[in-house]
Design a protein around this ligand. Structure first.
Ligand SMILES: [Zn+2]
Length: 127
């Protein structure tokens, strides 16, 4: 559905229904008030409401897998993999991380989704 916008005294167009404004406006209106966590995720560009559903675009998460102990505790941007929900594509924050000759802060690297824990405030995993 379309946002029901009105101008508030801060000169920004706000939606009466979802409460979004400017950077916190999803592509489509979710039809209800957004939670604070949803607004923050929309603003960060990690979440959007499109074609009637919430879509996770990017998430920030921490590696907690057993397979690569040197990565444990490292943060990464994570997005869905085309190979199904059991996998994610990750781009690590730490520019010095290397694995099998690849720099993990460059490009996207596939890992089991279970190896990552989303940051606090992100209660929903990739859907
Ligand atoms: Zn709206």
């Amino acid at each position: 559905m379309k946002h029901d916008l009105f101008d508030r005294d801060d000169d920004l167009a706000h939606c009466k229904v979802c409460g979004g404004a400017e950077a916190t406006l999803p592509a489509e209106c979710p039809g209800r008030r957004m939670t604070a966590a949803e607004q923050l995720s929309v603003q960060r560009g990690t979440l959007d409401f499109r074609a009637g559903v919430w879509v996770r675009l990017l998430q920030h998460a921490v590696y907690r897998g057993d397979q690569f102990p040197t990565l444990n505790g490292e943060g990464a941007l994570v997005r869905p993999s085309l190979h199904g929900s059991a996998f994610v594509l990750a781009q690590f924050d730490n520019l010095d991380l290397e694995h099998a000759g690849q720099r993990l802060a460059m490009g996207w690297h596939e890992f089991p989704a279970a190896d990552f824990t989303p940051d606090s405030g992100e209660t929903t995993w990739l859907s």
